[in-house]
Design a protein around this ligand. Structure first.
Ligand code: UDP
Length: 313
């Protein structure tokens, strides 16, 4: 059996990854989560499986588990969630990756760090390529997450250079789909829940800021390909995102059409340091990950997500 650790395994991305990994009976999946933003309901369908195990644990604390692969996804990822306790967010990024790198070093495991398009900050280069070093405010309200994730990347590469630890770094762009927390404050979950409930749709700023929205299944496919590359010397960082670029007004319009909602658009102040444009350049992912590219278009992904959010009402 391959022993696989998924930190943050009860979260949105983590739980979708666990569900994918347990499908292979050769995998034994250990899901670690402190349930700060992760939810037991996300992994409930997996709890009965013989090759799945849940451990309630905070990655800020060391843990000793003999594993072959580590996916380090643990960290609150929506702006309201990571800003609720910003110092804790930084600690999760830094102590979390240090603990996982030590584990990888001890057991010669391969560690994948779940980094983020936030390392590019409010980007001056568009679309964002991996070589771009970003434009991050080190003292703003997003810094706990952005700088935490940047430092975690740097620790991965230093552990690789200094101790030969096997690492992989992925940079995840905005992702949406089933198992998202309806209350986590992200734009896709907010708009869909507001539309379904007939509440006002809250547009922050003038709604012209853009994002690339990736359906979660596409991300999981990229993650699994990256971990199991036949060419292990490709460490990343690699962008995983959908290159389709939409602004928030377009997203709101699509959600209204698809839900048939009568909700009205209301405009709210733009939060500090909110990036103006973001679009994934996935040239590297396509080249290195066997032609990987997203296959679920925003329209189809929204339909599937709306079906999921309806089950929560
Ligand atoms: N946003 C919005 N209304 C909301 C929630 C978010 O207009 O109810 C905007 C937010 O200001 C940002 C974009 O949507 O420009 C994406 O926000 P999200 O929190 O999903 O992700 P991130 O900003 O980290 O990319």
């Amino acid at each position: 059996m391959k022993r696989i650790l998924v930190t943050g395994g009860a979260g949105f991305v983590g739980s979708n990854l666990c569900a994918r990994l347990v499908r292979d009976p050769e995998n034994h999946v250990i899901c670690l989560d402190n349930l700060f933003t992760g939810r037991m309901s996300n992994i409930q369908p997996l709890m009965e499986l013989e090759n799945f195990q849940f451990i309630e644990h905070n990655v800020q604390e060391p843990i000793d588990l003999q594993v072959d692969q580590i996916y380090n996804a643990a960290c609150p990822a929506s702006p309201p969630a990571y800003q609720k306790s910003p110092t804790d967010t930084t600690k999760t990024c830094i102590f979390g990756i240090l603990n996982m790198l030590e584990l990888a070093k001890k057991y010669d495991a391969t560690l994948m760090q779940f980094s983020t398009s936030e390392v590019y900050g409010d980007p001056q280069v568009h679309p964002q390529v991996e070589e771009y070093r970003g434009c991050v405010n080190p003292i703003g309200i997003r810094s706990c997450y952005d700088e935490g994730k940047r430092c975690a990347e740097s620790l991965c590469f230093d552990y690789h250079r200094e101790f030969g630890v096997k690492i992989k770094v992925i940079r995840i762009f905005n992702t949406y789909g089933p198992n998202m927390d309806p209350q986590d404050g992200r734009v896709v979950s907010n708009f869909i829940m507001q539309a379904l409930r007939g509440e006002d749709i809250t547009i922050y700023g003038d709604g012209t800021q853009t994002r690339s929205f990736q359906y979660v299944d596409d991300l999981i496919e990229g993650i699994v390909r990256m971990m199991n590359l036949s060419r292990p010397d490709f460490l990343g960082p690699v962008n995983l995102g959908n290159p389709g670029e939409f602004n928030m007004l377009e997203l709101a319009q699509k959600v209204l059409e698809k839900t048939g909602s009568q909700s009205k658009l209301v405009f709210r102040p733009l939060p500090g340091d909110d990036p103006v444009r973001r679009q994934a350049d996935i040239t590297v992912a396509k080249r290195e990950l066997g032609g990987w590219e997203p296959v679920v278009a925003l329209d189809e992904g929204l339909d599937r997500s709306i079906a999921y959010f309806k089950t929560l009402l």
